[in-house]
Write a protein that binds this ligand. Structure first.
Ligand SMILES: Cc1ncc(C[n+]2csc(CCOP(=O)(O)OP(=O)(O)O)c2C)c(N)n1
Length: 380
């Protein structure tokens, strides 16, 4: 295993002084290290992986240096456009060092949404003409690996990817990142994400739910069991982070008579925030968008997002949502959930970080989930 500090120092030695990306559970120790140790201006948690590559490219244009862009392999899709139409050798030829967490590696047990992505990660990079190497996960091997990466970056002038398997980085136990406002707000929060999800489903027995990627969907799955409720009203968007609200909007377009709620995360809503403008202007009456805002990418290690620093409900209002709420307590959430469904409605529920230690994972497959959901929603 490689110490996050060791990796960081090796990068710094080679002149990398700007770090950006979207966090991944396999990279969480490295993300925690840079959050705590890189100077504030040198680290940006990006809205999505394409934006991260653009940030790194802008940095290169102004500093003539190669930046590091970290991402889960699920994020390669978001980065394809800038890879091929910005950094590519036939366009602007801009280098960046990519650090990609390899979920779903063949032979390593993982969740369904990572299997194909994992199998195709190396072929996909090859197709994209992004040279890469799979890290050995040993400090002794790192220097030679970085030599290879940096000589390719110099020679070719385009992005090079380091692919990190599960267990590449050793646990980082240093101090949590200091963000004054975020930690002040966090301390005032009383409602957990799971309590919020519970309140939502108990208050809205007739809704169909599109729930976001990560722990919210796992909590929703277990809460149905706890309350002896069926799961056929829930579409668990286990992958495709940031798209739950567009899924919900598509369903609301097909079924204007139905009550459709998106349960979103703050990292997820930030990832494709333009979707708010589309929901707000399409104005589906039965559409409700709830963002469980814990100011963090909680499901993959708790790296901070920008969501406590902005007015999410204000953004939704400006995008044309008919009614918007920002709530902190369970009773306030219950009140907002009781609002007449003259949507689109937006509720920002501020919740604490963290989840139950014994939180499980869905036992049914995504296709079983979809089939039960469609059977109830469109009677097929
Ligand atoms: C495109 C893409 N990038 C990154 C990930 C890894 N990932 C899974 S869940 C998650 C965090 C989601 O954060 P948020 O929406 O705030 O919900 P929370 O986990 O805080 O409940 C991330 C980054 C992913 N699944 N897909």
């Amino acid at each position: 295993m490689i110490g996050a500090g060791f990796f960081y120092d090796e990068l710094r030695r080679r002149g990398v002084d700007f770090f950006t990306g979207v966090p991944d559970s396999l990279l969480k120790d490295f993300c925690a290290y840079i959050s705590a140790n890189a100077p504030p201006l040198a680290h940006v948690t990006a809205a999505n992986e394409g934006a991260a590559l653009a940030l790194a490219s802008g940095y290169h244009l102004a500093a003539n240096k190669t930046a590091l862009v970290y991402m889960q392999n699920s994020g390669i899709g978001n980065a394809v456009n800038p890879l091929l139409s910005l950094c590519d050798k036939d366009v602007y030829r801009i280098p960046a060092l990519l650090l990609i967490g390899w979920r779903g590696e063949s032979g390593v047990h993982d969740e369904p949404q990572h299997i194909t992505q994992g199998r195709l990660t190396l072929p996909l990079l090859e197709t994209l003409e992004v040279p890469c190497l799979v890290m050995k996960g040993e400090e002794a091997a790192l220097s030679a690996e970085l030599d290879e990466a940096f000589s390719a970056l110099k020679r070719r002038g385009v992005p090079f990817a380091l692919v990190a398997r599960k267990g590449t980085f050793s646990p980082y136990k240093g101090a949590a990142p200091a963000d004054g406002l975020n930690s002040m707000i966090s301390k005032t929060l009383v409602m957990s994400r799971e309590e919020a999800v519970e309140e939502i489903i108990l208050s809205s027995p007739d809704d169909f739910f599109f729930c976001t990627t990560g722990m919210a969907s796992r909590e929703l799955y277990e809460l149905r069991e706890k309350h002896g409720l069926g799961r056929e009203r829930d579409f668990l968007t286990v992958g495709s982070m940031g798209h739950a609200s567009s899924l919900a909007l598509g369903a609301a377009s097909a079924r204007p008579d139905a009550l459709i709620t998106c349960i979103d995360g703050d990292g997820a809503v930030l990832m494709h925030m333009g979707s708010l403008a589309i929901a707000g202007t399409r104005k589906p009456r039965g559409f409700r968008h709830i963002v469980l805002n814990n100011g963090a990418h909680d499901s993959v290690g708790g790296q901070l997002t920008a969501a406590f620093n902005i007015d999410l409900a204000g953004v939704a209002r400006a995008c044309g949502y008919e009614q918007t709420f920002c709530v902190n307590k369970r009773e306030e959430l219950r009140f907002a959930l009781g609002a007449a469904r003259n949507g689109p409605i937006f509720i920002e529920a501020r919740v604490k970080k963290g989840s139950r230690q014994d939180l499980g994972r869905p036992k049914s497959s995504p296709v079983e989930n979809k089939t039960a959901f469609m059977k109830l929603l469109c009677g097929m």
